[in-house]
Design a protein around this ligand. Structure first.
Ligand SMILES: NC(=O)c1ccc[n+]([C@@H]2O[C@H](COP(=O)([O-])OP(=O)(O)OC[C@H]3O[C@@H](n4cnc5c(N)ncnc54)[C@H](OP(=O)(O)O)[C@@H]3O)[C@@H](O)[C@H]2O)c1
Length: 289
C-alpha cells in the first residue's frame, strides 16, 4: 500500500522502515520541522518530505498520524479537507480511540487506532523490538482488515480492543514499562552508597530483572514472588527502611510493599503475626532511622 506519515518521530520512523521492508511503498512524511523530516527519509531510506498536508494526502492510500497524542486530533482536522473516502487514516496512541479521527471519518475515510504494545525509545530500538510484538487495534468496521494486515506485515499480532477498554490496556502497559524504568533508576541510585560501579550495578540488576520477567511469564505473580516480605522477614524489612534516605524511594518501598504484602498473604507463606508487623512498618510514614 502507499503509506504516508504525519509526525517524523520514533514511532513514525520505525513503522516506516518496517513497512518498507515488508514491501509497502513509503511515500513520505510531513512533520513540524524540516530537520525531523530529513532524519526520517535518511533513516527509512526512501520517501520524500512534504511541505504541507494537502500534497501528502494526494499521494497516499494510508496516512499514519504518528505525532504526540495531544496533536493527533488537530492534525487530523488539518488533513481531513484533503482526504477522500478511499483512504485510511490511523494513529498509534494507546489511549486515544478513533474519536480523535472523527474529521477523517466524516470525509468517508475508514479510520483506526493501531497501538504498538512496545517501548520505542529510539527508531533503532523500534525496528529491533517491534517485530513479534502485539498491537491493540480499534477501528471503524471498514478498516479492520487493513489494520490486521498491516500489523501482520510488521510480523506482529493484532489484538482487537473496545474503545472503553483502551485506557486499562494503556495504564497496564505504562505501569509495566515506564514504571519499571523508574523503579530500576531508583534501585540503581542506591549503589551510589557502595563501591560497586554504576555499570556493574546496571548489569547485575538487568540480569535479575530479565529473570524475574521470565519467572512471571512462566509462573504468574503469585508463584513468582520471592523476597523478605513474602518470607515474613520482619528484621530485613526494618533494616531496608532504616537504609532508605530518599523520601520518594521510601514512599515507593512502603506503598509497593503493601501490595507485595497482600500477594504474600494470598500466597500463604507469611504468618499472620509477621504480616501484621510488616504492615505496621510499611504504614508508618515516620522516619525509620
Ligand atoms: N515511543 C513509544 O514507545 C510509543 C509506544 C507506543 C505508542 N506510541 C504512540 O506513538 C505516537 C508517536 O509517539 P513517538 O514516541 O514517536 O513521539 P515522538 O518521538 O515525540 O514524535 C512525535 C513527532 O510528531 C511530530 N509532531 C508533533 N506535532 C506535530 C504537528 N502538529 N504536525 C506535524 N508533526 C508534528 C514531531 O515533530 P518534529 O520532530 O518535527 O518537531 C515529532 O517528530 C504517539 O501517539 C504515542 O502515544 C509511542
Amino acid at each position: 500500500m502507499k503509506i504516508g506519515f504525519v509526525g517524523a518521530g520514533r514511532v513514525g520512523k520505525s513503522l516506516a522502515f518496517l513497512f518498507k521492508r515488508a514491501k509497502h511503498e513509503v511515500i513520505g512524511v510531513y512533520s513540524r520541522t524540516q530537520n525531523s523530516c530529513n532524519e526520517f527519509t535518511k533513516f527509512v531510506g526512501n520517501g520524500k518530505t512534504f511541505e504541507n498536508l494537502k500534497e501528502l494526502a494526494k499521494e497516499c492510500e494510508v496516512v499514519f498520524i504518528t505525532t504526540n497524542d495531544d496533536s493527533i486530533q488537530q492534525v487530523c482536522e488539518g488533513l481531513s479537507p484533503y482526504l477522500s473516502s478511499e483512504q485510511f487514516v490511523f494513529h498509534c496512541s494507546g489511549l486515544l480511540t478513533t474519536q480523535a479521527l472523527t474529521s477523517a471519518k466524516a470525509k468517508g475515510c475508514e479510520v483506526g487506532a493501531m497501538h504498538p504494545i512496545q517501548s520505542i525509545p529510539n527508531p533503532h530500538y523500534g525496528i529491533m523490538n517491534l517485530p513479534h510484538s502485539y498491537f491493540d487495534i480499534q477501528c471503524s468496521p471498514g478498516a479492520e482488515l487493513v489494520a490486521e494486515r498491516l500489523v501482520k506485515d510488521l510480523k506482529c499480532t493484532p489484538i482487537k480492543i473496545l474503545p472503553e477498554e483502551k485506557v486499562y490496556n494503556h495504564l497496564a502497559s505504562c505501569m509495566v514499562s515506564n514504571y519499571q524504568v523508574s523503579l530500576f533508576d531508583a534501585a540503581l541510585k542506591l549503589y551510589e552508597n557502595t563501591s560497586i560501579s554504576k555499570d556493574l550495578a546496571s548489569q547485575m540488576l538487568s540480569h535479575l530483572s530479565k529473570q524475574t520477567v521470565i519467572n512471571l511469564e512462566n509462573l504468574g505473580p503469585l508463584r513468582a514472588l520471592t523476597g523478605p516480605i513474602m518470607r515474613g522477614d520482619v528484621g530485613t524489612v526494618k533494616k531496608h527502611l532504616k537504609s532508605i534516605k530518599d523520601d520518594n524511594v521510601m514512599i515507593l518501598y512502603q506503598k509497593v510493599g503493601l501490595i507485595l504484602l497482600k500477594l504474600a498473604e494470598q500466597r500463604g507463606r507469611i504468618k499472620k503475626k509477621q504480616a501484621e508487623q510488616i504492615k505496621n512498618l510499611l504504614e508508618n510514614t515516620d522516619k525509620h532511622g
